[in-house]
Design a protein around this ligand. Structure first.
Ligand SMILES: *[C@@H]1O[C@H](CO)[C@@H](O)[C@H](O)[C@H]1NC(C)=O
Ligand SMILES: *[C@@H]1O[C@H](CO)[C@@H](O)[C@H](O)[C@H]1NC(C)=O
Ligand SMILES: *[C@@H]1O[C@H](CO)[C@@H](O)[C@H](O)[C@H]1NC(C)=O
Ligand SMILES: *[C@@H]1O[C@H](CO)[C@@H](O)[C@H](O)[C@H]1NC(C)=O
Ligand SMILES: *[C@@H]1O[C@H](CO)[C@@H](O)[C@H](O)[C@H]1NC(C)=O
Length: 135
């Protein structure tokens, strides 16, 4: 049994539970609240199912939402996302097109952040959006 094969067997036995631990997928709900995240980018979501409908990122230390925070390469990671909870972070800035490709988004929670200026641009193309919490 060569090393690669041993690694593959090891991975077969452990990798799925590891992925679950890094990105819990409970019926399409990804709960990454209170993980001490300071930034969100593709590497945070690498083990996350792309078909999630709810993404919870509350209670982290996120300061900025980047253009590519929800992209994986050039394409949107969570193409079915309906609800995004970014409450209770330290978000001060949201790049113009950060939410642009989350076209199904209905609920966006930005309460408990440090946004000084509401950027109407970020809500462009949000045909389905019905609740935004800026409190
Ligand atoms: C995530 O969970 C849902 C519901 O249990 C399931 O339908 C979906 O296939 C899962 N996704 C992945 C990538 O495991
Ligand atoms: C989160 O930010 C607060 C305030 O800026 C800081 O005191 C705390 O150490 C940070 N925690 C982490 C995990 O970065
Ligand atoms: C991506 O996010 C992780 C987790 O917040 C962070 O540690 C890492 O520095 C970020 N990478 C980039 C390139 O911003
Ligand atoms: C975000 O993307 C838009 C359009 O692709 C671009 O005009 C803008 O400069 C980008 N902002 C940042 C901070 O990268
Ligand atoms: C947004 O999050 C805050 C804090 O977690 C919560 O109290 C509030 O009900 C949420 N708003 C919506 C519209 O879900």
């Amino acid at each position: 049994m060569d090393g690669l094969w041993t690694w593959k067997l090891f991975c077969f036995l452990t990798c799925s539970s590891l992925a679950w631990a890094l990105c819990p997928n409970n019926s399409g709900v990804i709960d990454l609240s209170h993980q001490g995240l300071t930034s969100i980018n593709a590497s945070v979501f690498v083990d996350c199912p792309a078909d999630a409908h709810t993404l919870i990122l509350s209670g982290n230390n996120i300061t900025r939402i980047h253009n590519d925070s929800f992209l994986e390469g050039q394409t949107v990671k969570f193409y079915q996302l309906l609800s995004l909870d970014l409450s209770n972070n330290h978000i001060e800035h949201i790049d113009d097109t950060a939410f642009g490709l989350l076209r199904r988004l209905e609920v966006l929670n930005l309460s408990g952040n440090s946004l000084t200026m509401l950027q109407s641009l970020l809500l462009d193309n949000k045909f389905y959006l019905r609740a935004v919490d800026f409190s």
